[in-house]
Design a binder for this molecule. Sequence first.
Ligand SMILES: Nc1ncnc2c1ncn2[C@@H]1O[C@H](COP(=O)(O)OP(=O)(O)OP(=O)(O)O)[C@@H](O)[C@H]1O
Ligand SMILES: [Mg+2]
Length: 247
Amino acid sequence: MIVLDDVTVSFEEVTAIEGIDLSVDDGEFVTIVGPSGCGKTTILRTVGGLVDPTAGSVTVDGDPPSVAQEEAALGFVFQQHTLLPWKTALENVVFLRTMAGKPPERDEARGLLELVGLEGFEDARPSALSGGMKQRVAIARALHLGASVLLMDEPFGELDEITRDDLGVEIRRLWRRERKTVLFVTHSVPEAVFLADRCVVVRDDPGRIVAEFDVELPRPRDETVFGSRAFQEQVADVRSALHESDG
Ligand SMILES: Nc1ncnc2c1ncn2[C@@H]1O[C@H](COP(=O)(O)OP(=O)(O)OP(=O)(O)O)[C@@H](O)[C@H]1O
Ligand SMILES: [Mg+2]
């Protein structure tokens, strides 16, 4: 379980986030949506132990994030894929796990590449893969690390809408199968709604949570959800939470 308790992060004179209270249960899929600069990445980096809170506390399974990090329990997928260009897809998937001091399991890595739809591309280098394929490798890499928590920072940010939708369906399928805890950041409202069990809305200046929605949409979810009335209503609710005047 991830718990942020009254977390504030300031960088010199900028307060990036203020008074963030958020808990994420094991196995939950939570999305964070908000405009550029509202502090989404800062929240994720705080959970990942890459940024220390100025005030408040963050724990992962009761310990500071550094403990989870040492155990390779946290997997990051960034907006840009961060694959090593000179290594093949398979080598990239295996490399991070090796760096974390775990024995590489090549067969498992192959299986994960297959799981993300990259069977046959094991030996391809990143330059020979499309943007969506590179993100799939990055997802397989985070899974191979054995991380129980996936921290995803706009992983589909650079992709076209069709690929995003497809990967969204796929990531939900993976999440169900692998029973991970996912904290997923995006500035796309439809994406935040489609993916979430719970959607957290963040407004800026300083970044703070203004609303949370339990997303009641079918499970499992596929593309047909996008056309449903329930989906459109939920998107409208999140949008109004983002735009409502502070009053
Ligand atoms: N290392 C840093 N040093 C100084 N200021 C920072 C640092 N990291 C973030 N900030 C500031 O904190 C605020 C929140 O930044 P953050 O990157 O968390 O936003 P974001 O919601 O992820 O934005 P985007 O959607 O554009 O990625 C911004 O005002 C940013 O300038
Ligand atoms: Mg960001």
